[in-house]
Design a protein around this ligand. Structure first.
Ligand SMILES: [Zn+2]
Ligand SMILES: [Zn+2]
Length: 657
C-alpha cells in the first residue's frame, strides 16, 4: 500500500493503475546523465536559513509561558540551523498525501512523508451540506495517520480559519504531536481545544513568525513566510525535504496596503524561486476571477462612506476571525464619533485575543457593553456582530427574528453585511436580509456595495507568485475540481509542462523525487461526518434514514399479538409524522393503512412464519409503501412495534364473569 517504488524498476507493473506526471524533457536528460548516482539537480546551492525574527511592534505582548499551565505548553519557535536536504537518495521519494481540500473548499489537510518522518500541514473541517441533516461538521479521514502514527512529527498550520484548524480537537484527542502556527492561529487553536474540552496537558503549541524555521524529525525543515489573507498571521510554508523544496501557499492574497502594514513577503518567494523549488502547492479559490483583488483598505473607504451617511444605529456583521476588518470598523466608528459594542460569543472571544496581542487599535472609551446601548443616542452606536452567514444561532439571525437578548432591529438602523456568502449559503442569508428590511432597516450587502473584499488571490496574483517561484512541479490545491483544472491551464500558459502539473484527489499518494511526480497509491480519504459524539461516513444508515425521514415522513404501526397463539388480537394502531396535515384526512388514511396491514397479515397466515418474522420482511414494507403511495403519493419510512400479550393470563386472573 505504501510502497515507495520510484526508480526501482517496478513502475511498469503499476502503470495501468497509476497516473504519471512526467518530467519536462530538459530535466529528463539531466536525470539520464546522472544515472543511478543521481545528483541533486533541483537545489544546486545551499542557502542560509532565514532564522531571524523581526520584532513585531505590539502594544501588549502575550506571555505564552504564563498560559502554559492552563492551556497547554505554548512556546515560540526555535530557530534551528538548516540541515542538509540536498541529498536525494534514488528510490527514496517524498510522499505527498492530500487527505482533504482537493475537489472541495474545506477540510484542508496534507501529509508529507519521508522515511520514518511524517508531518501534516493543516487539519481543517468543512460544514455539512444539505445532504447531511443533523451533522455538526465534516472532518478528514485520519486512517492514514492512524496507520503511520509512529512517524508523526508535528502539525504545521498555515492560518486560523476553520477549514485549516477546525478538525484539530478531533485529531489531538487521538494523536499526540506538537503543533506550530502563527500567533493568532495558536491562540484560536487554544480556544478551540478549550471549547471542545480537549485536555491540553502535554499538547505543545508553538508560535511561529515570518522567517522562523522549524525542524521536524530528521527530514523536514519548515519555514514560515508571511502572506496576506482575511485573518491575521497567515503563512505560506517552504518545506525542505531530502528531495527538494516544497512551497505550500496556504491561503493568500497580495495586498500592498494591508491594514497592519505587513505585506506578503514576495522577496522571499523570489529567493526561493532562485534557489529552485521542486513542488508548488498553490491555492485555487479565486482562479476564476481575472485581475488583482482589491486591498483590504478598500473596505475601509466603503465603511467611511456608509458611516458618514447613516443617521441611526449601525450594525456590521462580519467574520469574527477577520481582525483587520474588525479594526477598520472600529476606526470608522471612532472617525464618526460612535461607540462600538460586540455581539456574538466568537466576536467577543476573538476581540479579546486580538486586543491582548496588540492587534487592535482602539481608544479606551470606544468599547461599550451591549447591555448599555440604550444609554447612548442611536447615532453614536456601532454593533459589531457575528452572523454574516445567517448561521441559525448567530447574533444577527437572532436580531432579525426578534430573539436577541439586547438588540431589537428598529426603523433607521443601517445593517452592513461585510462578507461574501459562502457558496450555497445564499438562501438563508437572503432570508435574514428580507427579515431585516421588513423591520425597517436599511441593509447594505455585497451585491450593493464594496463592503467586502476577498482574502484569496485573483488570477493575476496567482500568476505573480508562480512567476516568482517558478516551480518544477505543481499541485493546485484548495479548490473544487474545475478550479484545479483552470489553475493547471493557467500554469501551462505560464510555460509549465502539462506533465508536471498534478491534479490530485483526496487520498492520492504522490511520490515525488527531483525527476518525477507520480501517483503510486491511494488511501481512504472519505469525509467523516461528526454527529454529536459519533463519527460516520456519507453512506451511514443513520444519515440515509434521516434523509428518508425528512423527505417522506414516517408511519408507525403498533401490532398487538397473542403471545401463545401468535394471532393479532386487535386491529393495528397507525400513527404518522411528517406525512399528513389535515386531521380528518389523517384519520381516514391511518384507518386505511391499518386495514391494509391487517389484510396483509391475514393473507400471509402461517405461511410466512410468525407475525414478527413477516413484518421484518422487505415485501411487507414494500406492499404497505406502495399502498400508501397510491393514496398520498409518498413512500414513508415504516416502523413496526409489536407487543405480545398473554391473553390466558387475563382469563385466568379475571375469569369470564
Ligand atoms: Zn483562509
Ligand atoms: Zn482556506
Amino acid at each position: 500500500m505504501q510502497s515507495d517504488n520510484s526508480g526501482n524498476g517496478n513502475q511498469k507493473q503499476k502503470s495501468n493503475k497509476t497516473h504519471r506526471f512526467k518530467i519536462a524533457p530538459k530535466k529528463k536528460s539531466q536525470a539520464a546523465k546522472s544515472g543511478n548516482n543521481a545528483k541533486k539537480p533541483v537545489q544546486a546551492k545551499q542557502i542560509k536559513t532565514v532564522s531571524k525574527t523581526r520584532p513585531v511592534k505590539q502594544k501588549k505582548q502575550i506571555k505564552p509561558e504564563r498560559q502554559s499551565k492552563a492551556a497547554g505548553l505554548i512556546s515560540q519557535a526555535k530557530q534551528t540551523s538548516r540541515i542538509r536536504h540536498q541529498d536525494y537518495v534514488p528510490g527514496k521519494d517524498l510522499k505527498i498525501i492530500p487527505l482533504g481540500g482537493l475537489g472541495e473548499i474545506g477540510k484542508n489537510m496534507t501529509a508529507f512523508e519521508y522515511g520514518n518522518d511524517m508531518i501534516i500541514v493543516d487539519v481543517g473541517m468543512s460544514f455539512p451540506d444539505e445532504n447531511m441533516p443533523g451533522v455538526d461538521c465534516v472532518i478528514p479521514d485520519f486512517t492514514y495517520v492512524r496507520r503511520n502514527q509512529s512517524k508523526l512529527r508535528g502539525i504545521v498550520l498555515t492560518h486560523g480559519h476553520e477549514d485549516h484548524i477546525g478538525s484539530l480537537p478531533y485529531f489531538l484527542r487521538e494523536f499526540q504531536c506538537p503543533v506550530y502556527g502563527g500567533t493568532m492561529t495558536i491562540e484560536l487553536v487554544r480556544l478551540k481545544l478549550q471549547d471542545k474540552n480537549v485536555p491540553l496537558d502535554g499538547i505543545k503549541l508553538t508560535t511561529c513568525r515570518n522567517g522562523d524555521n522549524i525542524r521536524l524529525g530528521n527530514y523536514f525543515d519548515v519555514e514560515f513566510i508571511r502572506v496576506n489573507h482575511s485573518i491575521a498571521d497567515s503563512y505560506a510554508l517552504a518545506i525542505r525535504t531530502p528531495v527538494g523544496v516544497v512551497v505550500h501557499s496556504g491561503d493568500f492574497k497580495i495586498d500592498f496596503t494591508p491594514i497592519n502594514g505587513k505585506t506578503i513577503n514576495l522577496q522571499r518567494f523570489g529567493e526561493l524561486g532562485k534557489e529552485g523549488v521542486l513542488m508548488f502547492m498553490c491555492e485555487s479559490t479565486n482562479i476564476e476571477i481575472d485581475g488583482f483583488s482589491p486591498s483590504e483598505k478598500h473596505v475601509g473607504e466603503a465603511f467611511s462612506h456608509y458611516f458618514r451617511k447613516a443617521e441611526g444605529r449601525i450594525i456590521v456583521a462580519t467574520f469574527s476571525s477577520h481582525v483587520h476588518r474588525m479594526q477598520q470598523i472600529i476606526a470608522a466608528a471612532e472617525k464618526y464619533g460612535r461607540h462600538v459594542c460586540l455581539s456574538g460569543r466568537s466576536m467577543v472571544q476573538v476581540f479579546g485575543i486580538a486586543n491582548s496581542m496588540g492587534y487592535i487599535d482602539i481608544k479606551p472609551d470606544t468599547l461599550i457593553d451591549i447591555e448599555s446601548i440604550d444609554n447612548y443616542p442611536d447615532d453614536q452606536i456601532v454593533i459589531l456582530t457575528t452572523g454574516s452567514q445567517a448561521e441559525p444561532m448567530s447574533a444577527l439571525t437572532r436580531m432579525a427574528f426578534d430573539s436577541h437578548r439586547s438588540v431589537d432591529i428598529q426603523k433607521g438602523d443601517t445593517i452592513i453585511i461585510s462578507a461574501d456568502p459562502i457558496p450555497g449559503n445564499e438562501k438563508p442569508i437572503y432570508r435574514v436580509i428580507n427579515e431585516l428590511y421588513k423591520k425597517g432597516a436599511h441593509v447594505i450587502y455585497q451585491s450593493l456595495a464594496d463592503v467586502h473584499v476577498s482574502g484569496h488571490a485573483y488570477r493575476n496574483e496567482l500568476m505573480m507568485l508562480h512567476t516568482l517561484i517558478k516551480p518544477q512541479f505543481l499541485i493546485p490545491v484548495h479548490g473544487e475540481y474545475r478550479m484545479l483544472c483552470l489553475h493547471k491551464e493557467m500554469a501551462m500558459n505560464l510555460g509549465m509542462d502539462e506533465d508536471n502539473i498534478c491534479i490530485l484527489a483526496n487520498g492520492d499518494i504522490l511520490s515525488l523525487n527531483p525527476y518525477e511526480a507520480r501517483v503510486t497509491d491511494h488511501v481512504t480519504a472519505n469525509p467523516v461526518l461528526i454527529d454529536g459524539s459519533n463519527a460516520m461516513d456519507c453512506n451511514d444508515k443513520v444519515l440515509n434514514d434521516r434523509i428518508h425521514l425528512s423527505e417522506d415522513g414516517v408511519v408507525s404501526i403498533a401490532l398487538t399479538i397473542d403471545s401463545v397463539s401468535g394471532d393479532l388480537i386487535c386491529p393495528p394502531s397507525v400513527n404518522s409524522i411528517g406525512l399528513l396535515d389535515s386531521a380528518d384526512n389523517k384519520d381516514a388514511i391511518h384507518g386505511a393503512i391499518a386495514e391494509k396491514c391487517e389484510a396483509l397479515l391475514t393473507q400471509a397466515g402461517r405461511r410466512d412464519g410468525s407475525i414478527e418474522a413477516f413484518t421484518e420482511k422487505r415485501a411487507f414494507r414494500e406492499h404497505l409503501k406502495n399502498f400508501i403511495s397510491s393514496k398520498i403519493g409518498r413512500k414513508p419510512m415504516i416502523l413496526c412495534n409489536i407487543s405480545r400479550i398473554d391473553t390466558d393470563y387475563y382469563d385466568r386472573y379475571y375469569g369470564d364473569t
